[in-house]
Design a binder for this molecule. Structure first.
Ligand code: ATP
Ligand code: MG
Length: 361
């Protein structure tokens, strides 16, 4: 699948009018702060209904403006259009989406239409960063493959917020203590499904990433990924939550559940987070990202659009070469500041676009 063209109004600093992409490699180059990452973000927003980096959608709307619109035309056996609108109204910001002009009622309908894999310098730090980043890594991929997972996550986090509110209330007044088990049930209903899906996903990605990692390191390193659920035995889920009540009331937060999960990366049976060299950690992250692409390719029979934000310059020559040979058959949109580097990598037949002040030349 590929993004055929994009138009934006009022989205960050961008003003794009029917900018056409090639189905192969596209290079967005330009000085710092011109809007290269913003273009990837606009595409990402149409794919996943959320921003790459902003917590609040309001940040996506041009300073001083009150609405933003992105339209992408996508080709995947047939063409279709995704429209994304953000509307600011006082302190409220609303986002709405449409596919081929038909309103999308639930963000979940958006998943799996335009599929993307984003690879940014933060992803290269996947192994080193905190567990939240690794949960995000699982969630973003699984959502695109299984929209029902998104509903489970949404239910879970909604329940979690409400349980936490109740905990804070109970700290002052124990009157509503009977409601706590009701929220435990809510969390378990979606939590159990999430644990199952994450376990299957990590097992799958482990197999593929292991093979890729072995190829990059000429067979010298064995990579493994292990899902580390906070609730190791789902049969004990209810008991774990029940036992946490007192502690949770004191802290005002929920200490047990899928929002505490992690993924353990090991290289040659040693935890990469604590003992891996920087290069090993980056190679492991690269292997995991490339495995994501493979999973999409095999599960949905189409190739995702690969968004590479400034990563080439962070990889050494060998890893760059490996990455570039792996992505020959998919649409790739690469951002970089200097062109010399990419041209030297034999990408002179790519579609090269200069980004300046939010426009493309
Ligand atoms: P770099 O090479 O440093 O990564 P970039 O080309 O990727 O730069 P972007 O992050 O895409 O740059 O764009 C940053 C620019 O967009 C900044 O100048 C910033 O001020 C501007 N910008 C960000 N959000 C908004 C907004 N809501 N309204 C207007 N401009 C914005
Ligand atoms: Mg950038």
């Amino acid at each position: 699948m590929y993004v055929d063209n994009i138009s934006t109004t009022g989205f960050r600093n961008l003003s794009l009018e029917g900018v056409k992409f090639s189905a192969g490699t596209n290079i967005l180059h330009g000085n710092n702060a011109q809007g290269k990452t913003n273009i990837l973000e606009a595409i990402y927003f149409c794919a996943l209904g959320r921003s790459l980096r902003a917590d609040n959608n309001r940040e996506l709307v041009r300073f001083g403006g009150d609405s933003a619109h992105v339209r992408v035309d996508v080709y995947r056996d047939y063409s279709f259009i995704i429209d994304a609108h953000i509307q600011v109204n006082g302190s409220k910001t609303a986002k709405t989406f449409a596919i081929d002009r038909m309103a999308v009622k639930n963000t979940r309908e958006l998943f799996g239409r335009l599929m993307v894999v984003l690879f940014s310098p933060e992803d290269l730090r996947l192994i080193k960063s905190g567990p939240a980043e690794r949960r995000r890594f699982m969630d973003m991929e699984i959502c695109q493959l299984s929209p029902v997972y998104y509903s489970d996550l949404r239910d879970y986090y909604r329940g979690l917020r409400q349980r936490n509110q109740l905990l804070k209330l109970l700290k002052r007044d124990r009157n509503q203590l009977d409601s706590l088990p009701i929220w435990d049930q809510q969390l378990m209903a979606s939590g159990r499904k999430i644990i199952k899906t994450r376990a299957a996903f990590v097992a799958k990605i482990c197999d593929i990433a292991k093979e890729i990692h072995s190829r990059i390191t000429d067979g010298k390193e064995v990579l493994s990924l292990t899902y580390q659920p906070n609730v190791q035995d789902v049969d004990n889920y209810a008991e774990r939550l029940a036992r946490s009540h007192e502690r949770d009331i004191v802290s005002g937060t929920t200490s047990v559940g899928i929002h505490k999960d992690d993924v353990l990366f090991m290289i040659n049976d040693i935890p990469a987070r604590n003992f891996g060299s920087q290069g090993q950690q980056r190679t492991a992250a690269l292997s995991a990202k490339l495995a994501e692409i493979e999973i999409m390719r095999s599960s949905v029979n189409t190739t995702p659009v690969l968004l590479l934000d400034d990563v080439l310059s962070e990889l050494d020559g060998n890893r760059q070469k490996f990455l570039l040979t792996q992505i020959m058959d998919l649409q790739t949109i690469i951002t970089c500041t200097g062109l010399e580097d990419v041209l030297a990598k034999g990408m002179s037949d790519a579609n090269i676009m200069l980004v300046k002040d939010g426009e493309i030349f």
